[in-house]
Design a protein around this ligand. Sequence first.
Ligand code: ZN
Length: 250
Amino acid sequence: MLEPADLGPGARGGFTPRAGGVSCGPYAAADGSGGLNLAFHVDDDEDRVIANRDLLDRWAGHHVAWMSQRHSARVRLVTRPPGAGRSTLGECDSLVARRSGTGAPAVAVMVADCVPLLLATPSGDLVAAVHVGRQGLADGVVPATLATLAGEGASVPELYASLGPSICGRCYEVPAELREVVAAVVPAASATTAWGTPSLDIPAGVLAQLAAAGVRRVQHVDACTREDERFYSFRRDGVTGRFVGVVRPA
Ligand SMILES: [Zn+2]
């Protein structure tokens, strides 16, 4: 069910496509088959979302830990898989999971154009799922996550990183003032759309922040959500589902 991410020998994870679940209507796959929408907040039928999340829990071997995403730079540390019905761990945009005696938590980030970033140490003892939109990029959710991982004992240059499908710089049109605000903090994110207007390239910004921190093992799944119907895209469809990046210690 996952497009696999290269996260080294200690962790496994990847990105969910739009197809392969039981959601209908605007949440269905591009060919009209059942969609794998994993978000409750987008007005999909709740029982169908639960069935879709069950598929992900089955892959993980236990309940996946979710965050209530707020476009912030807030990071939370998870040390055990959540119990049933308590899988949302609060308001944050980065979940760092540490393998412990009580388990190897799987953590997920939900997106439909923002960058889902997954990280893992070579041992897999530490993994992370990060939500990076323009606000999180400018506010530094990526460096904040790297600092948390380092604080837990990770060697940042040894980390594996994988950026999943997201809207690309040719598609993500923004007002010129907004581009200037973000580019003042992350110059690499400044871009131009395919039709010649100001835009932001969020994945380029994330890649620049990872490079500046010394992360070398970086995979970029270079698929644009707005252009590639295998993934949900809010910019393309408005009312639609959410897909995820998910990672757990191997
Ligand atoms: Zn694009």
